[in-house]
Design a protein around this ligand. Structure first.
Ligand code: PLP
Length: 396
């Protein structure tokens, strides 16, 4: 059955599940195939598989049936021609950028990318002679102007981490293509349930699959989706760097992704309620959520997203001094660095996404002191609001 014409919720369940019917015989769930290599007693068959003229697997650093099923599921969800898995989100991002960029090239991105991605732009890519220009993510005109000066790659996240700014994918993809750039979008926060950048003009999409895709905080993985030719280039680079996804992780991701649409729809609805609640509470300063009608990103989000996502950021009116006691009082969220799981997570950028920045660097990125990033799980929203209420109302 061709699944790309079905709805995303159906693809989340079924895509990839028949990916390797020949190898996997009649299993109704994709089995975990841990084999590092695949054996052939027939030389002609082995040669045909090795040369790619016959389906099959040779060595699991390159391809593996369980990983292939994961790749097919995310490919279908992202409406892409091809997808490959990686050992982590950062493996996907770094392998992609190092494949596409060579000494003398220029990349344009935004200042408030995920911390380790920023370090690629500020530390590792300059080491090989790649110039990185990082723009203000709220200033589309500045990004367009920098792109128009010429660049090989335009790279951005939307919504951004941790202040949830929304960038206009169609507008920026147009600017990127006019300059001959490859446009790469990190879709980790939105998920393909809420936004599909390739349908809006992006060339490539990367994910930390560790987050919403897996959804259960038990698997670190990443993925790249896009055109067959670009994904193949990155695949050939990954064959050498060996930053492959393990079959065990692919198995967990496949299981998690079956409920992706259900989870994300619940998280979207709960995040809206939580954001509106936080907005009304006197102990809360700023609230950042693209679903709030007066949020600066709301109009773009309405245009390009089918849901506003499961993350809300907010600052405490009393500032940084209240962060410690507030986190101690919270009962229904892990105080931890991750996000996108079935359980809620909460943490400040100085211990999570922007741990490596100085306070001055965080301020320059527009991250207010005392900000908290709250990743809403699938708990009952009224319980989350009750938990926030008791923590916010605790006397100082
Ligand atoms: N992209 C975003 C938006 C992230 O939030 C993260 C991690 O938090 C990454 C990429 C990196 O992913 P990973 O931790 O799986 O390497």
């Amino acid at each position: 059955m061709h699944l790309d014409s079905t709805t995303l919720a159906t693809r989340a369940v079924w895509a990839g599940e028949h990916a390797d019917a020949e190898t996997l015989a009649h299993a109704s769930q994709i089995p975990l195939v841990r084999s590092a290599s695949f054996s052939y007693s027939d030389y002609d068959e082995w040669l045909a598989v090795a040369q790619g003229t016959r389906p099959g697997h040779i060595y699991s650093r390159n391809t593996n049936p369980t990983v292939a099923a994961f790749e097919e599921k995310i490919r279908s969800l992202e409406c892409a021609e091809a997808a490959i898995g990686f050992a982590s989100g950062m493996a996907a991002i770094s392998n992609t950028l190092f494949t596409l960029l060579a000494p003398g090239d220029r990349v344009v991105s935004i200042k408030d990318s995920y911390g380790a991605t920023s370090r690629l732009f500020l530390e590792l890519l300059p080491r090989i002679g790649v110039e990185a220009t990082l723009c203000d993510s709220t200033d589309h005109a500045q990004i367009e102007a920098e792109v128009a000066k010429g660049c090989r790659v335009l790279y951005f996240e939307t919504p951004t981490n941790p202040t949830l700014k929304v960038l206009d994918i169609a507008r920026l993809a147009k600017a990127g293509h006019a300059a001959g750039a490859i446009v790469v979008v990190d879709n980790t926060f939105a998920t393909p349930i809420n936004c599909r950048p390739i349908t809006l003009g992006a060339d490539l999409v990367v994910h930390s699959a560790t987050k919403f895709l897996g959804g259960h905080e038990d698997a670190v993985g990443g993925t790249l989706c896009g055109s067959r030719s670009l994904v193949q280039r990155v695949f050939q680079y990954r064959e050498i760097t060996g930053a492959c996804l393990s079959p065990d992780t692919a198995y967990l991701l496949l299981r998690g992704m079956k409920t992706l649409a259900l989870r994300v729809e619940r998280q979207n609805a709960s995040a809206q309620l939580v954001a509106e609640f936080l907005r009304s509470h006197p102990a809360v300063g700023s609230v950042h959520y693209p679903g709030l009608t007066d949020d600066p990103g709301h109009e773009i989000a309405r245009k390009q997203m089918s849901g506003f996502g499961g993350l809300v950021s907010f600052s405490l009116a009393a500032g940084t001094a209240r962060v410690g006691p507030f986190l101690k009082a919270i009962r229904l969220a892990h105080c931890a660095a991750s996000l996108g799981g079935v359980q809620s997570f909460i943490g400040p950028p100085e211990t999570t996404s922007h741990v490596e920045c100085t306070p001055a660097q965080r301020a320059a990125l527009g991250i207010p002191a005392g900000l908290l990033r709250y990743s809403i799980g699938i708990e009952a929203p009224l319980d989350l609001i009750a938990d926030l209420t008791q923590a916010l109302d605790k006397p100082a």
